[in-house]
Write a protein that binds this ligand. Sequence first.
Ligand SMILES: O=C(CO)[C@@H](O)[C@H](O)[C@H](O)[C@H](O)COP(=O)(O)O
Ligand SMILES: [Zn+2]
Length: 196
Amino acid sequence: MDPHERVIQHFHESIRTKQMAMDQLASVIVDGARTMARSLQQEGKVLTCGNGGSAADAQHFSSELLNRFEMERPGLPAVALTTDSSTLTSIANDYAYNDIFAKQVRALGQSGDILLAISTSGNSPNVVAAIEAAHERDMRVVALTGKDGGQMGPLIAEGDVEVRVPATVTARIQEVHLLVIHCLCDLIDQYLFNPE
Ligand SMILES: O=C(CO)[C@@H](O)[C@H](O)[C@H](O)[C@H](O)COP(=O)(O)O
Ligand SMILES: [Zn+2]
C-alpha cells in the first residue's frame, strides 16, 4: 500500500465523480433550489435529515440557511431534525429508531414546507419514513441520493426533486452532496435576494 498513491486515487475519483455529476445534475439542482426558494418565499421552512455523514450534511445546510451562506441577508427558517438528543433518544426508546425523523416531521411540518432528505443509498428506513410523513403533511421533498436511489427513488412524487449522484461509493456520493448543498444555498440566495 502506497499511501501517497491512495490519496491521489481518492482525489482522482472525487474529481471524476464531480465531473459526471456536473454533466448530469445541473438542471435538477436548479429545480431543487427553485422548489426550496418558492417555499421560503411563501413562509415555508426546510426540515433536514440524514444519518452519519448525511446528518452532518443536514446540519450544514440548515446552519447556512439559519445564519448565512456567502451573502449578507436575514436568516432563513430551517430545522435539522438530527440535533436534539432528548427528542431523538426518546422517540427511539419509546417507539423505534426508524421513527426519529418522521415523528418530528409530523410535529413540525406544515403544508408547503420542504423536507431535505439525505441518504447515499436511499435506503435508510428513518429517512424513508420521514419522506412518507412529509407527504402526509403535504410537504415537498428534495432528496439527495446516490447509487440506484434505493427505496427513496420510487417515493419521489410530483413536485418533489431527487438529486441522485451517479456513483456507488458512499464517500464519493457524500462529497458531491456537499457541493450540491452549496449550490442550493447559493441559488436560494440568488432567487430570494438578487432576482433579475
Ligand atoms: O459518513 C459515512 C461514510 O462516509 C457514514 O457515517 C455514513 O453516513 C453512515 O454509515 C450512514 O448510516 C449511511 O446511511 P445512508 O447514506 O445509506 O443513508
Ligand atoms: Zn463520510
